[in-house]
Ligand binder design. Structure first.
Ligand code: 5BU
Length: 264
């Protein structure tokens, strides 16, 4: 299965430009860690981006929680992405009709498509959501992930919802290159979907609001996901951000090496 090939092999074959550059940089930097920087000030966000930059393949943002957002923040994030060689992923979770998400993605205060290499969408509105986002994102070389499975307790993203989401991705592989999910989603060697998995932690198994954590080993080796997304596990203790980023990067990369070894 494609999922078990090396990131470099998958970079060489992948039809989607965004997936190719992601796999290439993962191999170059030896990291499958994405840090979710869920902080509410520009200063904190930039400090985390600069501190974790050397250790991540993707910096995941929730730009709408930043109280003092301005265009300079977006510009500086782009600069840091270049400086440290990572991709930006605005975890916007679009969920409306095509015509509306098109404006939400390209316009408004945040102009997400202008700076974020990757974004994501719920599949609940049907395929029009992909068509709307594609109109804006594809000409800019952006890529889309679909939400096939969520990490939180009681999530409705299961069964035929997940299966249909995969079918939607399959029909839109020019723009959709993977999923936010908890398991690998490939069905055959002919397709290669990148799976980024949130809900990753080494020290706790959940929070008080329904989040559920698994270890990098469970996520990468047992479930066949490609990228671990870690938020509070990395930025939770402000004086340990770099140390935790190093720790999760190592755990994620060792799990990947173990997976490759097991499937040689
Ligand atoms: P945490 O601090 O590691 O729990 O943060 C997880 C991040 O991943 C946070 O930004 C969530 O919005 C995001 N997330 C998630 O936790 N679970 C999901 O299913 C999806 C996104 Br989709």
């Amino acid at each position: 299965m494609n999922t078990y090939k090396t990131y470099a092999e998958r970079a060489a074959r992948h039809p989607n430009a965004c997936a190719r550059s992601l796999f290439e940089l993962m191999e170059r930097k030896k990291t499958n860690l994405s840090v979710a920087a869920d902080v509410t000030t520009k200063k904190e966000l930039l400090a985390i981006a600069d501190a974790v930059g050397p250790y991540v393949c993707v910096l995941k943002t929730h730009i709408d929680i930043v109280e003092d957002f301005d265009q300079d923040l977006a510009d500086q994030l782009v600069e840091l992405a270049k400086k440290h060689d990572f991709l930006l992923f605005e975890d916007r979770k679009f969920a409306d009709i095509g015509n509306t998400v098109k404006h939400q993605y390209g316009k408004g205060v945040y102009k997400i498509a202008s700076w974020s290499h990757i974004t994501n969408a719920h599949t609940v509105p049907g395929e029009g959501i992909i068509s709307g986002l594609r109109e804006v994102g594809l000409p800019l070389g952006r890529g889309l992930l679909l939400l096939a499975e969520m990490s939180s307790k009681g999530a409705l993203t299961q069964g035929s919802y997940t299966t249909e989401s995969v079918a939607m991705a399959r029909r839109n592989q020019d723009f959709v290159f993977g999923f936010i999910a908890q398991h690998k989603m490939n069905e055959s060697d002919d397709e290669d979907f990148v799976v980024m998995a949130p809900g990753v932690g080494l020290d706790v198994t959940g929070d008080s609001l329904g989040q559920q954590y698994r270890t990098p080993y469970q996520v990468i080796v047992e479930s066949g996901c490609d990228v671990i997304i870690v938020g509070r596990g990395v930025y939770g203790k402000p004086d340990q951000v770099e140390a935790q980023a190093t720790r999760y990067r190592e755990a994620g990369w060792n799990a990947y090496l173990e997976r490759v070894r097991q499937h040689q």
